[in-house]
Design a protein around this ligand. Sequence first.
Ligand code: PLZ
Length: 449
Amino acid sequence: MTEGPAPIEQQRVLKTAIPGPRSNELHQRKLSAVSAGVSTGLPVYVERAAGGILVDVDGNQLIDFGSGIAVTTVGNSAPRVVEQVRAQVADFTHSCFMVTPYEEYLAVCEALNELTPGTGQKRSALFNSGAEAVENAVKVARTFTGRQAVVAFDHAYHGRTNLTMALTAKNMPYKHRFGPFANEIYRVPMAYPFRWPTGPSRCADEAFEQFVSQVHAQVGEDNTAAVLLEPIQGEGGFIVPAPGFVRRVADWCAEHGILFIADEIQTGFCRTGDWFACEFEDVVPDLVTTAKGIAGGLPLSGLTGRAEVMDSVHGGGLGGTYGGNPVACAAALGSIETMRAENLNARAKQIEALFVPRLQQLAAKYEQIGDVRGRGAMLAVELIAGAGDLTPNSALTGKVNAYCHSQGLVTLTAGTYGNVLRFLPPLAISDELLSEGLDIVEHAFAAAL
Ligand code: PLZ
């Protein structure tokens, strides 16, 4: 094997202001070369990364609480991913699975069929991005049911392509001026405990009643191909549905011949402490979309479902030039092997156990932290105006986020109202970096309030 670069010390190092001069220089180039439509949350240009550390072009070492939006679950350039990708890239880079297939694609589909919830016969298909997996889930659901309508939820995020923009709830920045959108998409309320008008204890029942009555009255069960749900909503603000809600929706779908599609693109692959977040409620979806964590940073997505559903599509109906690219498949095999060998589900639960008490202490101190929520290594705080006033506090969220960045901690925000600070550390991060990162978050609140 060729010798790699020196290992990255797992510690935060600040050599310059964040961003530093070299990053600023590159950012000037970005402004003149890259469309203004593509923005960056923290214009620190990355040179290398491993474990829980990103090294920038100025030699700063930042703690990573974002994993490139829940992608590098196994850590950046994780050893097994690097090894598999190196070997594959030297063997062949592309043949197109639709033309002359290869074994790596099969191995990833077999792993998906095995790991996703449900014990029956399953089939999978591979694509490039999360949005593409969601689009294909809708195609399959429409073919199988012979129906057209798709029901999605408030606060949902499913992508930026035309069909997935229609499925995504939030206008800015995802949909603004990009219409018209695909039709036959219907939106229903989400069981969002923190903001449920009659309080969290009534949330599951009332949200379920509203879901049923709206689908019945406004769409019609017999017209509905699928209900699409993120088992924990990601971009929408790490909203954990009220307990029992997901299960009841899935059961109701089954009673009416409607397919239940779980979008596990952000929640899947050990992120929440299970292979898939649906497992928490013992829900077996008809179709599951996966991406992000599946391939340790290479672009790959999957659609998995019951064999009779997935096989209902005519030959040639699903595909794409690059879908299931062999190098991306090799990366996925390396990632999945890492997740198994290092028991990353257990690690996600440890991270939750380390994080949640710290976040709760912080919430006890600051009335602007209205809610602490999430599961595994998918955790967040929702910021509000103050005790009893749930007005979203996006200004404070922005301040805290910016402070964290200035101290070399990569944090992300989320939420329909931009008032959620979310934490998505790689599962390969050390406890020391986690607690140092949390110290910075604490200082950020102290500085902002
Ligand atoms: N479904 C649940 O979280 C991607 C998007 C960030 P793609 N989320 C991050 C942004 O601003 O573009 C996502 C997701 C869920 C689908 C997607 C879409 O996945 O790989 O970005 O297409």
